[in-house]
Design a protein around this ligand. Sequence first.
Ligand code: 8IG
Length: 277
Amino acid sequence: MPETHSNPLDDPTANPFEVAAQAAADIARLTGVENHDIALTLGSGWGKAADILGETVATIPATEVTGFSKPALEGHVGTLRSIRTPGGKNVLVIGARTHYYEDHGVRRVVHSVRTAAATGAKIMVLTNGAGGIRETWTPGQPVLISDHINLTADSPLEGATFVDLTDLYSKRLRDIARSIDPMLDEGVYTQFRGPHYETPAEVQMAKHIGGHIVGMSTALEAIAAREAGMEILGFSLITNLAAGIQQTPLSHAEVIEAGREAEPVISALLARVVEAL
Ligand code: 8IG
């Protein structure tokens, strides 16, 4: 079905924060929830977390909300959900990630994060499926993101906006996550542009510059979340070992399968962590 209206973020004169404020107003109207406390972006393998987090107050197609793009990939759900946890927190669950490799521009990539901030969320939980560089990791294992290396050569910040990224992935929040699961390991997330996976040589480069995780999504979103004043918690599900670390070629089917198998366990973990934030 063709899109009947254009995305306001495609107008270069639009103010992305005003578009995000409009999106937040859409969410308040469509969910009946005026403010959210926490926002949660669900990447590959993390989708079931929403079901056990609490009571779903409302589910809305992302396409009903100003500025949101349609999801490009199987395994990426295009909905926004408002969930009330047993502890009484309002959580905005974003199942509608726009990736940098979709070529809609970085404004669209970070629109969900800016919208989350505009709904009042003070904590942004970013999850993804990713490749692991550490040989001790196995597919299906969740790890915390401790820091990132942004290899996209792009930024969501516009103009001379200087934002401090020290402790970008909050130590305080990582400690809370480890209080729920002391076995959680952590590593540096390296964002490549994609959509191709890395060559083994690129994985070795990432390793040598200090990376432990390779992915295509989270770094740009985290920068925008910090700009918006949110505290950030990042989780990667290691769905595969990175190219050349594992002996077999990478496939999207393998990634989906690893996500499916790990889903119940990591979703339960995530739900417990979110309630503890
Ligand atoms: I799932 O091995 C998943 N996403 N860049 N490399 C990159 N992104 C990924 C990978 C991977 N696995």
